[in-house]
Write a protein that binds this ligand. Structure first.
Ligand code: ADP
Ligand code: MG
Length: 401
């Protein structure tokens, strides 16, 4: 078991400086925060620390600036939003790796909060540069990792920082968000009640398809939808028209079809459209009748019913990746139906965990967030954990005595 922030004596925190790795990877548009959920969710951890009398220095990445300062990925709008949510000033530190950062942190008032500029403006973050990690660790007395969304990466601002903190005799603990994520994903799924089902979909096929093999060793049923299903259709020799398909993964999909056999369930029909735009005419077709100019945009009504029936039988369900292009109103029905089926199973006492940014958004749109057991913010991390992979962000934390 890893230490969490709740294991730290609040009395010890008074007067200390705590470095917090948050996940403020929020969608921005022209300097506006489009979805503040991730910022809002970090507030309890920050307030726990400031209420105990600690200064808090927050690090986060945003987007993929590729090691360069880029204005469109600046965390400055996030600092403003965080300040509003906390109801107190948040000092924004423009240069997250320079000596000024250390000086500004040193001058923070008691219970003060600072946010450093995007960690990925420096190539050393993703390269897990040891000097950079040591610099950040040197800013505080304790490291709190609350960024579950990047727990599957070994970066300077995540596991590197924890290792640097240990090297100077300090501790690293899970924040409240990270602790909750680990609790549901690790503990609840350590010995899942059966039937145990996974549902996979979405678009990031190559980053998820390897998980299928691992999941097939522990689940009783694996439902596949979204663009991921298209790659399997191709592996089955079906035509997918102009749908999104990952050509490089077709061979792997063939292998998985053999491994999975009766446990792997693919859509039997699909919704197709010619264009990925709202209002585009759609047709429901059997999966072997997709025409050349068709794009598969959702699972079909027969699949919805089949999947819902399967979900109804499960006692533990993990879902990652929408069943279709749910951002477009006319293509969202399958995803919403699956969200309702998972929520209904949870109403009857099943364990239901939904993971992934887009899947979480779909759960919110379907208004099922309060009915399911847990909605995880980290798609890649949750799936890696389920598949038994290493999570450097967790593994680097201090062990509970
Ligand atoms: P998550 O964020 O939940 O991990 P992903 O990012 O892997 O999920 O996938 C979400 C994306 O997958 C959405 O933007 C959705 O539009 C897209 N998607 C789902 N089905 C299809 C499809 N059939 N064709 C194209 N895109 C799809
Ligand atoms: Mg996504």
């Amino acid at each position: 078991m890893k230490k969490t922030i709740s294991d730290i004596d609040p009395g010890w925190l008074a007067g200390k400086t705590v470095v917090v790795r948050a996940d403020f990877n929020v969608p921005l548009n022209g300097g506006h925060v489009m979805d503040e959920r991730r910022i809002r969710e970090s507030v309890p951890t920050i307030e726990l620390l400031t209420n105990a009398g600690a200064r808090v220095v927050i690090l986060s990445h945003l987007g993929r600036p590729e090691g360069q300062p880029k204005a469109e990925f600046s965390l400055e709008p996030v600092a403003a939003r965080l300040s509003r949510l906390l109801g107190k000033p948040v000092v924004f530190i423009v240069s997250p790796t320079g000596p000024e950062a250390a000086v500004m942190v040193h001058h923070l008032p008691a219970r003060g909060v600072a946010l450093l500029e995007n960690t990925r403006f420096n190539p050393g973050d993703e390269a897990n540069d040891a000097d950079l990690a040591a610099f950040w660790a040197g800013l505080g007395d304790l490291f709190v990792n609350d960024a579950f969304g990047v727990a599957h990466r070994a970066h300077a601002s995540t596991s590197g920082l924890a290792e640097a903190m240990a090297a100077r005799g300090g501790e690293s603990v899970a924040g409240l968000l990270m602790a909750t994520e680990l609790k549901f994903l690790e503990e609840a799924l350590r010995a899942p009640e059966r039937p145990f089902m996974a549902i996979l979909g979405g678009a990031k096929i190559s980053s998820k398809i390897w998980v299928i093999s691992a999941l097939l060793t522990c689940v009783d049923r694996l439902l596949i939808g979204g663009a991921m299903a298209n790659t399997f259709f191709r592996a089955m020799g079906l035509h997918t028209g102009s749908s999104l398909v990952e050509e490089d993964s077709i061979d792997l999909a063939k292998k998985l079809l053999c491994e999975g056999r009766e446990r792997l369930l693919l859509p039997i029909d699909c919704i197709v459209a010619h264009d990925l735009v709202d209002g585009a005419p759609t047709r429901a077709v059997p999966r072997d009748e997709v025409a050349d100019d068709d794009k598969v945009v959702d699972i079909g009504p027969k699949t919805q019913a089949l999947f819902a029936e399967e979900i109804g039988r499960a006692r533990s369900i993990v879902w990652n990746g929408p069943m279709g292009v749910f951002e477009i109103e006319g293509f969202a029905e399958g995803t919403i139906a699956i969200a309702h089926a998972v929520a209904a199973a949870c109403d009857r006492g099943a364990l239901g965990v939904i993971g992934g940014g887009d899947s979480g958004a779909a759960a919110e749109r379907a208004d099922v967030v309060d009915r399911v057991t847990h909605v995880s913010t980290g798609g890649g991390a949750s799936i890696k954990l389920l598949a038994g992979g290493r999570l450097p962000g967790r593994d680097s934390l201090t062990e509970r005595a």
